[in-house]
Design a protein around this ligand. Sequence first.
Ligand code: 6PG
Length: 504
Amino acid sequence: EAADIGVIGLGVMGKNLALNIVDNGFSVAAFDLDKAKVEAAEHQAATEVAGREQRLFGVESLAEILASVKAPRVFLLSVPAGRAVDSICDALIEAGAIAEDIVIDTGNSLWTDTVAREKHYQGKLTFFSSAVSGGEVGARFGPSLMPSGDKAAWDRIAPIFTAIAAKVDNETGKPLERHQPGDVIEQGEPCTAYIGPAGSGHYVKMVHNGIEYADMQLICETFHFMQTGLGMSTVQIAEVFERWNKGVLNSYLIEISAEVLRQVDPQTEKPLVEIILDKAGQKGTGLWTAVSSLQLGCPASTIAEAVYARSMSTQKDLRLQLASSLKGPAIAPVSAEEQQQTIDALEAALYCAKVTAYAQGFQMIAMQAKEQHWELDYAAIARIWRAGCIIRAGFLSTISDAFEANDNLSNLLLAEGFASKLNELQGQWRQVVAQAVIKGIPVPCISSALAYFDSLRCEVLPANLLQGQRDFFGSHTFERVDAPKGEFYHITWSESPRKLVKIN
Ligand code: 6PG
């Protein structure tokens, strides 16, 4: 009997998605150029749940996978973003795929590539995309899925996607965990929803990753502060993160940060984090988010700073050279009382900065949606990030509530709940930034978030002077506060008498 879906690409993500589909009762035809990966997937599906009928069948070619899947066919593609996606689609067409066949790209593709691919393959196959978040474990036991493209295609895919997605308890908003092969969760709200037209799901995932970069860097900055500014050990800091994980900061990233800090290097018996080289990698989605924010003219400085922080980390040789010649202040030891106060302030600062990063990310999505004429459901986006994905966190329910209350919220800081919380906590946030500056501890994300907050509070920014400068040297014109919007003026700066000219 023909399989429900074909999975192409059996790297860790592809294989785990295939096994997840099998757990949920669907049958899979599986293909990879590497035969060993096909055999490994088949073997794992056959053996990991005792007594279960085999529902994963390996195939040896794209022609064979086309013949093995129920028509109209659905293929899930899990190959590296970029040219591999095109070459598989082209090869599928060559092998006989037709317009009704759906190909779902699940990689971290650049959203504009997705838009172009949907157009390019029109009439040849139905190119659909679904961004996947949650890493290996998410793929296996419930990821967050951000599908976009042809709505009719989504209706065909939805039964499989809603089955394999992470689930959230309807009452508590908390993730319902699956841990074992063969486990299935049928109740709860699935962490997937149709996002919108082609590219929108990948755009949303890209911004998810930008927020992920910011969230990770923000946590790292509090770690750095506690370590160098408060003289705390890694285990003491792990304890702090474990405590924070029980409060407003409850999140996957805080939880795993504590676990990373508790890990011991088997070779040296030292905390592993002290052995890990401080050079951060990146695969590009954070950078894309920063670039997109600049292109949109949407300030996302906290996200961009997180990308820069990774770049700064890779300048290891330069940092080693400058560590001795650029002198910073001596850091005085702190009393137990001051230490506790600072830890509490760091918790508040981390919360505020995190809200800021989300505010930037959601505003980016809204501005891009406007440009692309996408109609998006922001509350739903926040809801499908509550489980499965890397940035899953307790406070995503608060974000979805804020959008539920006002779908036109152009920035999260306009939501009464967040505004009052940030107003309440800003004193501690300022303390952290001030202390970091005095002690010479870099906190680029925490401080840029505060600058973002303070900028948004300003009725008047010094861009008035800036416009004056531009008009002075380049006759670039300016608007007047006492004239209608859209009327532009130039002043003859050095002529006497000065003339104010209205430009049409
Ligand atoms: C996720 C992640 C994932 C991402 C990795 C690596 O949501 O599951 O965002 O998609 O690829 O986390 O990203 P970097 O290598 O850029 O850190």
